[in-house]
Write a protein that binds this ligand. Sequence first.
Ligand SMILES: [Zn+2]
Length: 211
Amino acid sequence: MDAVIKNFPRAEDSKNPDIKRPTQAEAEAAVRTLLLWTGDNPDREGLKDTPRRVAKAYRELFAGYAQDPAEELGRTFEEVAGYDDMVLVKDIPFHSHCEHHMVPIIGKAHVAYLPDGRVLGLSKIARVVDIFAHRLQTQEAMTAQIAGVIQDVLNPRGVAVMIEAEHMCMAMRGIRKQGSTTLTSTFTGSFKDSPEEQVRFVTMVRDGNRG
Ligand SMILES: [Zn+2]
């Protein structure tokens, strides 16, 4: 079961400096409350350190709020003479968490752009995917955010982003659709204007992924 959502509008960067972070102790108390909510006993041996561990894990899993993807891209351009064809980085694996249930989204991103005289260091694209993945997400928003920041900062002729992911909130609860993949894609600039470029992008993503 594939749900295809195309050309989703660009989402704003979700980083918000006005949000006040609770203390570590407050975060641990909240985890303790959730442990009680499951029906378990937070004072039993195995769970004693869990609030501390979860608070610590959350710092890592959601480290993307403290990182600025635009800044990550901002100082890394290389001028290229003569190459103006598609640059595609595909199969970038990521783990994120859905903003509706805070459970994992596991997938991969394919990101392409049509350079306009300058290119990004290749590792920077994976870094940007990683930063957005380390925030609470919807797949649609994440797709738009990746395309948006590359378009804004590099200003290439166009950007194409496709994400394929499995949502654990669908696999583990509710309708329990295990193994279903959600596909999202968005296009800017020349990709948006040209169905041929979109087809070329999808073909390049799919080539080598067969079998
Ligand atoms: Zn969810």
